[in-house]
Design a protein. Structure first.
Ligand SMILES: Cc1cc2nc3c(=O)[nH]c(=O)nc-3n(C[C@H](O)[C@H](O)[C@H](O)COP(=O)(O)O)c2cc1C
Length: 356
């Protein structure tokens, strides 16, 4: 049933999924008529709390396979594996014949991260209802705000957390490990974040390059420039038709993979509705990191992050008893995204066992 050709076609669709910092932390292997899903430790960010963003990304890739399979009249079933050992598959996708083609398959290729400002008009109630329905069948929840006052609060909190990625050395070093400044770097690696896709002025590229040196970065940081850059990037949270938060009920791998599947289903529905989306990972990531590894942040940063929790949960009151996975800014824009569509060649995401 699952020929090599079909397997490669499904893996190609999986590779178009979103991933945090475009790390594409996934690998796939055909085993008889099923697809084994592996993580790629080399492309998982060491500071990622509980590897939550890697699992979310892998979940998104899995969902693309599930949807793409319907084009071939195949109904996919995802079985999560409890294994600790990351050399073992984290999920296995099996197939049975007979299903109807999902309309979302047409949007896998055009879904992207759009970092432009969006129009301010609120997402219509009917549309929001369809977006809510898109995540209903997953073990993850969606919470909304369409209140401009909340957008401003979110922008403030994002700015007052994002600067920590430049200011705290382990996060700074990791950031410059995954940022790609030149076409040569992009073509060599095929993963990581291209600076161009961040939609910042060209002059910022030259400036940002210098920040890779910790001493220069610290000097600039002392002048408050890191905070200014963070503020600039965060203001776009004020240009949205709605902001949603996806939460999980447990903090574990399976829950985050499920959230990733829900996020991809939501994002493809958003695309089908003619809307655009941009994730904001920093608050869910830092809230989780602070809880799981209390000593990771120096006291000053920890205090700043903790101070955001109360206002955050007053914006999303029903999320209080849940755990945050990802924030997404949604809305309409005529400006196309400079999508970071760089992807690894398919052969590099085919998992090889030690015997192969
Ligand atoms: C878990 C997760 C977290 C992300 N966090 C952010 C973020 O904080 N800011 C942002 O601009 N994009 C974020 N992204 C979007 C990725 O950078 C994007 O998916 C990747 O670069 C591939 O580009 P594409 O979505 O256009 O295909 C995130 C994506 C995922 C899956």
């Amino acid at each position: 049933m699952l020929t090599e050709e079909l397997f490669l076609a499904l893996v190609e669709q999986a590779s178009l999924a979103p991933s945090a910092d475009n790390m594409q932390p996934w690998e796939f292997r055909r085993k008889n008529d099923s697809i084994e899903v592996y993580c790629s430790p080399l492309r998982m960010l060491p500071t990622d709390a509980l590897s939550m963003f890697s699992w979310i990304s892998i979940g998104a890739a899995i969902q693309n396979i599930v949807l793409a399979a319907t084009k071939y009249n195949l109904c996919a079933k995802v079985i999560y594996k409890e294994v600790e050992d990351t050399t073992e598959p984290v999920a296995v996708i099996t197939f049975s014949i007979g299903t109807t083609k999902s309309a979302l398959t047409d949007f896998i290729r055009i879904r992207n991260t759009n970092r432009n400002p969006f129009q301010l008009e609120s997402i219509e109630t009917n549309c929001m209802e369809r977006l809510n329905q898109s995540v209903e069948k997953f073990d993850a929840r969606i919470h909304w705000t369409t209140d401009y006052k909340h957008f401003k609060q979110m922008a403030y909190m994002d700015a007052h957390s994002s600067y920590i990625r430049l200011a705290h050395k382990p996060l700074h070093d990791e950031l410059f490990h995954i940022l790609r400044f030149t076409t040569k770097e992009v073509n060599e690696k095929h993963y990581g974040l291209t600076f161009e896709s961040l939609e910042v002025p060209t002059i910022a590229v030259r400036f940002a390059k210098q920040l890779r040196y910790w001493s220069i970065n610290q000097m600039i940081s002392n002048l408050g420039i890191g905070r200014l850059v963070a503020k600039h990037l965060s203001t776009k949270l004020m240009r949205a038709g709605g902001i949603c938060l996806i939460t999980v009920s447990r903090r574990n791998r399976i829950a985050y993979i499920e959230a990733g599947r829900a996020i991809e289903q939501l994002w493809l529905t958003v695309t089908a509705e003619g809307l655009s989306a941009q994730p904001y990972g920093v608050l869910p990531q830092y809230f989780t990191k602070k809880d799981i590894e209390p000593d990771f942040f120096p006291p000053l940063y920890k205090k700043a992050i903790t101070a955001h929790e109360k206002p955050f949960y007053s914006i999303f009151p029903n999320a209080k008893n849940e755990f945050p996975a990802l924030v997404l800014r949604l809305g309409r824009t005529d400006k196309p995204s400079l999508r970071s569509d760089e992807r690894l060649p398919i052969e590099e995401i085919i998992h090889k066992t030690s015997k192969e």
